[in-house]
Design a protein around this ligand. Structure first.
Ligand SMILES: [Zn+2]
Length: 271
């Protein structure tokens, strides 16, 4: 009798979990088909001007992903910040721009903490579970299997200037994409047809050259911060790919090609 009851309990729990998963999947599928309202579309176009250069064939996918992202994530204001529609849409649009044409999804992301401006972080260790920026005052942070933390002032400024190669949302969400492989190490899950060997042949020497350049005091197409580690080089390269595609393709064509294959996007050809 006891064995029967235990079996019944296990079956009930499994069924409940399965039903929850199906409902979650259906909800996301419905959101992915949902377009933004006119007012939301106008906010995204103003706050994230790079979306205006995105070819029209990607617009529907971007809007659906923005809706699914906002449906999945809790946006939490810190230090008295009240989270607005503009903030949610700006962050979601930037994060989803990276994955607009790929099968990648931010599976583990449930929370984004937003500070009004650059914030002090108590986390100073880099222990494999968390990628932290070296400064104690930070514009962004990405935790492995955990939240993304953003300064709204830096998030907004990074989005409004889409040609300076600096975008804190692209940077932190590059870490989130990298982390989906199980390690935030500069090697993200690659799509079918893109080889790890090819990726390493490009990224390992590009990173080493970048470190040498930074040590020698030379400026390159990549931000010097990329020399901090392979995972930071990847995040910085993603910022450069979307905001300075021509310069990246000119100076580091192999890195450009690898990122174009990863994201299935070609920002060089955008208006
Ligand atoms: Zn970083």
């Amino acid at each position: 009798m006891a064995a029967y009851l235990i079996l019944l309990l296990i079956v009930s729990v499994a069924a409940a979990v399965a039903i929850r998963l199906v409902l979650k999947h259906r909800r996301r599928a419905a959101l992915l088909r949902t377009r933004l309202t006119e007012a939301q579309r106008a906010i995204v176009a103003t706050e994230v001007p790079l979306t205006r250069k995105l070819p029209a064939r990607f617009h529907q996918a971007l809007e659906g992903k923005i809706n699914a992202f906002i449906g999945q994530v809790d946006f939490v204001g810190c230090n008295g910040l009240e989270v607005s529609e503009e903030m949610r849409l700006s962050i979601a649009a930037q994060a989803c721009l990276l994955i607009v044409n790929s099968d990648t999804w931010y599976d583990h992301l449930t929370t984004i903490l937003i500070y009004p401006a650059a914030f002090k972080s108590r986390q100073r260790q880099h222990n494999g579970y968390v990628v932290t920026e070296r400064e104690t005052v930070r514009s962004g942070e990405s935790w492995s299997r955990g939240p993304v933390i953003l300064s709204w002032a830096d998030t907004r400024r990074g989005a409004l200037n889409d040609r300076d190669g600096h975008n804190v949302v692209f940077h932190e969400f590059a870490h989130q994409i990298d982390d989906l492989s199980g390690h935030t190490d500069g090697l993200p899950n690659l799509p079918k047809g893109q080889s790890v060997a090819g990726w390493a042949r490009t990224f390992v020497p590009a990173y080493q050259t970048h470190v040498q350049n930074v040590q020698a005091g030379h400026r390159t197409v990549f931000d010097a911060y990329g020399a901090t580690g392979p995972e930071e080089f990847f995040a910085v390269a993603v910022e450069t790919f979307f905001e300075k595609p021509a310069a990246l393709n000119h100076h580091e064509p192999a890195v450009y090609r690898q990122l174009a294959q990863l994201f299935r996007l070609d920002p060089l050809s955008w208006g």
